[in-house]
Design a protein around this ligand. Sequence first.
Ligand SMILES: [Zn+2]
Length: 163
Amino acid sequence: MRCPFCAHDDSQVKDSRPTEDNTSIRRRRQCSSCGARFTTFERVQLREVTIVKSGDRREAFDRSKLEQSVSLACRKRDVSQERIDQLVSGIQRQVETAGESEFASSRLGEMVMDGLRELDSVAYIRFASVYRDFSEARDFEEFASSVQEVAEGDSDSSGVGNG
Ligand SMILES: [Zn+2]
């Protein structure tokens, strides 16, 4: 595995263990050139799926982007990393088992909203408010940059819920 810091082609595995929900293997690595430490995850990928975004743009389904959006929506909320992993893994499984090689970005966004609704009402509202504003022109992945602003202004979450 190439080092993300110095791009050296070799790194050593220092530790290797399954994650809590046992759906992936976490490996701690150390670059044999610069000594930087980083972590990689090994997960099952059932099939390659292309996400079709607005304007007919296409890109490979990327679990880490999905996880980033969910994590941001749940920021500073009482939602464990394990619950986030479960939600993301559930969506990934649905995408990969849908039996289609292409999957609409909007459908993915709806699945995230469905999942967040059950997980945490504030996280759901954060995601939904930004996502719905995107309309046709933008994609839920751009949510990642927008939610930070929303979250900053969200000092008191009481009274929000029962959407
Ligand atoms: Zn390095």
